[in-house]
Write a protein that binds this ligand. Sequence first.
Ligand SMILES: Nc1ncnc2c1ncn2[C@@H]1O[C@H](COP(=O)(O)OP(=O)(O)O)[C@@H](O)[C@H]1O
Ligand SMILES: [Mg+2]
Length: 278
Amino acid sequence: MPGRYTPDMTSEKKPCLQGVGLTKVFGLGRNKTVAVDNVDFTFHEGEVVSIVGESGSGKTTLAKMLLGLINQTSGDIYFQGEQRDLSSHRKKKEYWRNIQAIFQDPFSSYNIFNKIDTVLLDCIRMRGNGHLPQEQKREMMIEACRFVNLRFEELTNKYPFELSGGQQQRLMIARIFLLKPKILLADEPTSMVDACSRSTILDSLLDLRNEIGMTPIFITHDIGLAFYVSDSVYIMEHGRFVESGTADDVILDPQEPYTKRLISDVPKIREEWDLSTV
Ligand SMILES: Nc1ncnc2c1ncn2[C@@H]1O[C@H](COP(=O)(O)OP(=O)(O)O)[C@@H](O)[C@H]1O
Ligand SMILES: [Mg+2]
């Protein structure tokens, strides 16, 4: 199928991120919301995963637990086969080197008072390369910008808000290129952009998967997007995974009424994501 991503099946699958009985409850008594309800999953290295569900199904709450921004109410998270440990500042820093997130609004990734040079240099520093000679760091920034079709010379000394929306999105991907996380959580990364920038963003994120061996996790309400990018799809309803499997199994042969309904909202799922029509 044109444009559809072909997973690399040659390498052996290693677990990258696992959840066992993962649960998040907000509030107490009558105000209690079970946002994530006892989910189990194993995401493998290099596997492209999508978590799909309607608004309010618990996707962002799950993402925040995976990022270590909020604590789970119960259940366990394993990173690279070992129980995740965020008990000290040092361990948190180490974990956050491995997992990064991009959100819907590219602005939320930046401190708006920092120039673009600082934004990119911070990424190099976070990778532990702050001590490298200035010239080498500059080369790294030029390379990252080139990867997303930006020219570093045109960005230097500017602020992120001086860029167009599309350029901001690309700068966000350049940051990921420099940070080289093992896992990238992308929460509705393309919902604010037009169809053309959307496919560019998705394709550069998938290129990054090959370039730096990253595991991208897409969080979306858009099952068409999930079909286009994913090896594995998890369908989320009311905090639970109601159906999961390969993108082809889940989307071309759905078993659950909820999945069927999500798909019926996108009547021409194959044609929609044929990039030759974009
Ligand atoms: N901080 C919070 N306090 C109380 N309830 C919350 C909080 N965050 C999310 N929720 C609730 O948890 C449920 C799942 O929300 P969320 O994870 O944002 O879903 P999604 O990202 O799929 O739209 C919703 O009912 C939401 O109102
Ligand atoms: Mg959300």
